[in-house]
Design a protein around this ligand. Structure first.
Ligand code: G3H
Ligand code: 13P
Ligand code: ZN
Length: 298
């Protein structure tokens, strides 16, 4: 991520939840000659088990001619982070963003103390990824990352990457009105914080995917994401890691819906899920081009 910072590109962190999403991410990274971060959340770990992800990601990463790291996304507690560190994850996120400043520092510091001796890097989050569109100035200030607090947080915790809140949120319904991010704030944070900054909630919710999903029966009225030009601007202002989950989920769902309608006689899961894998792979490849991480591996 430090070369991403210097060269003004970002590395994508893509959430996987099954074999097909992993295959999509790996194949895209190899074809795009891009570094990539494979991310799993605690709820995915609850779904399939830590050992499952650890084994399939390591199996995929070993022969891959591109740097692939395995990352715990939104780690909830020291115990989960510790299990992932022991299992050989490259990096862990400890998400204390719901805690008060001092509580977040204390939790983050505990994970840093466990991770650093093992060579594992740590991402923390300051500020909350809540929709702030219709909020007052005071409410926004309470939710979005404060640049001075970010500076102090990084100094006191020694984290390796910081997720910032500048108006994005998770999921497919990010804005009711015009999409708006607080780029001024991002600039100020960048001036005060030297480590890589992370943008969560960065899916664009592409209209072509929504249209396909809706055509085949999905109900996704009002879905809206981050416009691609906002992503480019965020990278130019110092975002070096970008998290994507929703766009992969949408591509998966739209494609499975379409496939089942168009091929009513088909019941081979490899064909059904294979088509979804291809759609997710196209999404990942397009993100790598957007983030300018394509072609970074020689
Ligand atoms: O922030 C991460 C996800 O988009 C939410 O993931 O449903 O696996 O907890 P999850
Ligand atoms: P999206 O919901 O915008 O894809 O964000 C994913 C994310 O931040 C995972 O940590
Ligand atoms: Zn996130």
């Amino acid at each position: 991520m430090s070369s991403a910072m210097k060269e003004a590109y970002a590395v994508g962190a893509f959430n996987i939840s099954n074999l097909e999403s992993l295959l999509a991410v790996v194949e895209a990274a190899v074809e795009e000659k891009s570094p990539v971060i494979v991310a799993v959340t605690p709820s995915s770990i609850r779904y399939a088990g830590l050992a499952f992800f650890e084994k399939i990601v390591k199996t995929a990463a070993k022969p891959a001619p591109v740097p692939m790291s395995l990352h715990l996304d939104h780690g909830e507690d020291v115990e989960t982070a510790s299990k992932c560190i022991e299992a050989g994850f490259t990096s862990v996120m400890i998400d204390g963003s719901h805690l008060k400043f001092e509580g977040n520092i204390a939790l983050t510091k505990r994970v840093v103390n466990l991770a650093h001796p093992k060579g594992v890097s740590v991402e923390a989050e300051l500020g909350r990824l809540a929709g702030v569109e219709e909020s007052t100035v005071e409410e926004r200030e309470a939710v979005l990352t404060d640049p001075d607090a970010a500076e102090e947080f990084v100094k006191r915790t020694d984290v390796d990457a910081l997720a910032v809140a500048i108006g994005t949120s998770h999921g497919a319904y990010k804005f009711k009105g015009e999409p708006k991010l607080d780029f001024e704030r991002l600039k100020l944070i960048r001036e005060k914080v030297g480590i890589p900054l992370v943008l969560h909630g960065a899916s664009s919710v592409p209209s072509w995917i929504i249209e396909k999903a809706v055509k085949y029966g999905a109900e996704l009225g009002g879905a809206k994401g981050i416009p691609e030009e906002h992503i480019r601007k965020a990278i130019s202002l110092g975002i070096a890691k970008i998290n994507i989950d929703t766009d992969l989920r949408l591509a998966f769902t739209a494609t499975v819906r379409e496939f089942l309608v168009k091929s009513p006689k088909m019941f081979d899961p490899r064909k059904i899920l294979g088509s979804a894998k291809e759609a997710m792979k196209e999404v990942v490849k397009s993100k790598m081009l957007l983030f300018r991480s394509s072609g970074k591996v020689l």
